[in-house]
Design a protein around this ligand. Structure first.
Ligand code: NDP
Length: 449
């Protein structure tokens, strides 16, 4: 083994001993450590400085109690988290997730990935993530508001426009950001740049709602352009039907693709005539309902209750997983290949297990990792921060154009870095190394802190 391989091996063993109880975190770290050896061989100073161990330990993890009152009058409590992972490139930046599965392993994996994602955007933002195991499903608007206010009572001690700037993620959209912002303002002062993903009514950015989904499809568009293809008439399946999924469907359809399926945690729908997005928006954005309600308006569609969309027997070429982590297992990856998938581009964070990624790559499926392909959301959050500082809103077209440009740059950076250090089109290695390169240099220049 080379010195670099020994270093990576020993680090992995040490981390496994310490963090075996945090499987999602270890999965994200394993994926990263598995790709960076060629870069470290050329940059031995980072091994000499033990930079990777510094990188995988968060600068700070804040964990707190969130007490809140239900409409019934009952007293409830949840746990809140904020992981301030790495500030080498700027203030911590990353979303808040409200979902019953949230724990330290989940926020650490998300925060770790966020460091490289934010680095890839070339914007001056560090990595962070947070959330709570609070389940917003079935809660009244008043309960959501009280929970957000209580959550911010504690979180406000640790964030600020030049310190840590949270945004949304699963279960946290414009409504929640609005309540969080209101509480921050009451406790501090009007700091527009303390949160991004704000509603358009006050300091939000046009195209932020659309950014992650649109950005994902722009990434695929630039990838296809490289092989002289377009999205025109391509069959696409999207998982999820939340913020990322909806705007991925919208942009894919706008570029001529035929999206035939989407899902939520209750099951998936297939509409071979093409998903009617207006119906999905009405169910999800307005009524906050379940995906099977699609069939009441489109009875020709099919609903597969309790099933995973990646088990479908429909044929398609492009998969856009936009729901949650580890939604694609090894068996599901095999099935996707059997259905003809050629590109898997991740709108969600880490939706594909490591074994599934290996299977996809071995079968010449082009795999676009979330930390690159879904960076559009944080990119436009960065642009929202710029607009807030300038006190000048930009038009939808200006933001959208910049988003497309950023996604093109990210795609090309990943492609070129893969060519330099790994095998062509190994975009996972490309994203990890390109993301790491900027952070490693900044950390080194700032000394041992
Ligand atoms: P939303 O809460 O808006 O939507 C999440 C969607 O995924 C819902 O349809 C939800 O269904 C589904 N889902 C969640 N958990 C599961 C599960 N265990 N099984 C099946 N379906 C599930 O979240 P977003 O669209 O914002 O986020 C989706 C993904 O994109 C996440 O991985 C997030 O980290 C990532 N992401 C989001 C960004 C953003 O800007 N919002 C930026 C970058 C990445 P149900 O309603 O039934 O729970």
């Amino acid at each position: 083994m080379t010195e670099v391989q020994t270093y990576l091996y020993e680090l992995k063993i040490k981390l496994e001993q310490n963090y075996a109880h945090q499987p999602e975190f270890m999965q994200a770290v394993d994926e990263f450590l598995g790709t960076v050896a060629p870069f470290l061989e050329k940059n031995p100073q980072y091994v000499a400085n033990n930079l990777l161990e510094l990188l995988v330990i968060p600068e700070r993890i804040i964990e707190f109690r969130v007490p809140w009152q239900a409409d019934t009058g009952d007293w409830k409590v949840n746990t809140g988290f904020r992981v301030q992972y790495n500030s080498a490139l700027g203030p911590y930046k990353g979303g808040l997730r409200f979902h019953p599965t949230v724990n330290q392993s989940i926020v650490k994996f998300l925060g770790f990935e966020q460091i490289f994602k934010n680095s890839l955007t070339q914007l001056p933002i560090g990595g962070g993530k947070g959330g709570s195991d609070f389940d917003p499903k079935g809660k009244s608007n008043a309960e959501i508001m009280r929970f957000c206010q209580s959550f911010m009572q504690e979180l406000q001690k640790y964030i600020g426009p030049n310190q840590d700037v949270p945004a949304g993620d699963i279960g946290v959209g414009g409504r929640e950001i609005g309540y969080l912002f209101g509480e921050y303002k009451r406790l501090n002062s009007y700091q527009a740049g303390v949160l991004t993903g704000k509603p358009l009514a006050f300091w939000g950015s046009l195209a932020r709602t659309e950014a992650t989904g649109y950005g994902l499809v722009y990434f695929v568009k630039h990838l296809l352009a490289d092989i002289n293809e377009t999205l025109q008439n391509k069959k696409v399946i999207v998982s999820g039907s939340g913020n990322v999924a909806i705007y991925a469907i919208e942009k894919a359809q706008a570029l001529g693709a035929k999206v035939i399926g989407c899902s939520d945690s209750s099951g998936y729908i297939i509409d071979n005539e093409g998903i009617d997005l207006a119906t999905v928006k009405e169910i999800k954005e307005v009524k906050r309902g379940r995906i099977n309600e699609y069939l009441t308006i489109h009875p020709h569609a099919q609903f597969f209750e309790g099933q995973n969309i990646w088990e479908t027997h429909e044929k398609y070429e492009i998969a856009l997983p936009c729901a949650t982590q580890n939604e694609i297992s090894a068996e599901q990856a095999q099935n996707m290949i059997a259905q003809g998938v050629k590109i898997v581009a991740e709108g969600a964070n880490m939706p594909t297990t490591l074994t599934a990624v290996t299977i996809l790559k071995e079968n010449q499926v082009i795999y676009c990792p979330g930390k690159a392909a879904n960076a559009g959301g944080v990119s436009v959050s960065g642009l929202e921060m710029s607009q807030n500082s300038q006190r000048l809103p930009w038009t939808f077209e200006e933001v959208d154009e910049k988003l497309d440009e950023i996604m093109e740059n990210i795609y090309k950076k990943c492609r070129d870095t893969a060519n330099e250090y790994s095998t062509p089109m190994d975009l996972m290695a490309g994203a990890n190394i390109a993301g790491f390169e900027r952070v490693a240099l900044a950390m080194t220049l700032q000394g041992l802190v």
